[in-house]
Write a protein that binds this ligand. Structure first.
Ligand code: BTN
Length: 332
């Protein structure tokens, strides 16, 4: 019993010290001793704990200096200095889950609040659209799900995928030197290859949304061999296209920030305020495409994406509205 209480206190103090080191970068041992009213031996124990979490801290001439955080998606690391108001108000980071969407759904069913974010270093049953698998290489990407509880009608939920795509594209633009595109309705492309996908799952009664889970899979620091052979021609990562790896925590924090801002806009006027941006990112605009929705094949030139997130085609002067389906590009 006693050991548990002492351990918990040690852990709390180690977390506080870590926060101070992150904030001030360097602190003298004397300052730590005074502030925490503890011995040098206690400080050594806190530092050992912090180091066991993967942080690099140096001690030179009795000055502690924060060197680096581990390349891990840790709850406190993601939450630290996250500038959002409600997205990420609760963050649960796992080493392995079957699917972050499924874990987030469980939290939603237990009453978790809007804004909760679930991330995992690895998914054993990551889900894609059309019941496909999402391939999740350990510690290379971001596999995350965001819980939303919007009060708008269920029919406005599907276009949250495009809203998320805009937030993701904005994020990629900050981190990547290569052109980023959105392939309607839920893919992010770098150099024409898929680098992220979005799976939005809705739980609703008749006219009321219970919750929406927005799941995002992002390929960031993968090398080509991280993808199975059959994906190597169609999938890519930010690192493959740019020849550098990036800090996944910073990428996620930036994405959550863009996401929150896009969601606030979306609740006001849906895709209206981001329409121009959406079109400028769109890989399909002005392309001739073919689309199969199970019982018919529709083809035409893409002329717009409307307020509901539907693709607008022109086919011999006639306008066709496409709400869902799998697109094949015929020619530009
Ligand atoms: C697609 O491109 O078909 C959508 C892929 C979505 C994958 C993400 S990874 C995190 C979240 N959890 C899942 O099981 N799927 C989504």
């Amino acid at each position: 019993m006693r050991t548990n209480r002492v351990d918990a206190e040690k852990e709390r103090n180690a977390e506080k010290l870590l926060n101070d080191l992150r904030t001030f970068q360097s602190i003298s041992l004397d300052n730590v001793r005074t502030k925490y009213n503890c011995s040098y031996h206690d400080i050594t124990e806190y530092l050992n704990l912090i180091k066991s979490w993967g942080y690099k801290i140096t001690n030179s001439q009795n000055i502690l200096t924060f060197i680096s955080a581990p390349d891990k998606l840790i709850d406190s690391e993601i939450a630290y200095a996250l500038p959002t108001k409600f997205i990420g108000n609760r963050i649960k980071a796992y080493q392995t889950v079957s699917s972050t969407n499924d874990t987030a759904t469980k939290f939603a069913e237990q009453g978790a609040e809007e804004g909760m974010v679930v991330v995992s270093e690895l998914q054993t049953k990551g889900k894609g659209r059309f019941n496909r698998n999402w391939y999740s290489t350990e510690q290379k990407g971001i596999y995350c799900s965001i819980l939303l509880r919007p009060t708008f009608k269920p029919e406005h939920a599907p276009a949250l995928s495009l809203m998320t795509a805009v937030a993701l594209a904005d994020t990629f633009q900050e981190f990547s030197n290569t052109e980023v595109q959105i392939k309607w309705p839920n893919d992010i492309l770098l150099n024409q290859k898929k680098t992220a996908g979005i799976l939005t799952e809705l739980s609703a009664d008749k006219n009321k949304i219970n919750h929406v889970i927005v799941g995002v899979g992002i390929n960031l620091n993968h090398i080509r061999d991280d993808f199975p052979l059959e994906l190597q021609q169609i999938a890519t990562s930010l690192a493959i296209e740019n020849n550098f790896a990036i800090n996944r925590v910073e990428f996620l924090q930036t994405f959550l920030t863009y996401f929150e801002s896009a969601y606030i806009d979306y609740k006001i006027d849906r895709l209206k305020s981001m329409h121009d941006k959406l079109l400028s990112y769109s890989s399909l605009l002005n392309s001739h495409v073919e689309l199969s929705n199970g019982h018919e094949v529709i083809s035409g030139k893409v002329i717009d994406i409307n307020q509901d997130g539907a693709l607008v085609l022109n086919r011999n002067g006639e306008t066709k509205i496409i709400n869902s389906g799998e697109i094949t590009v015929l020619k530009k």
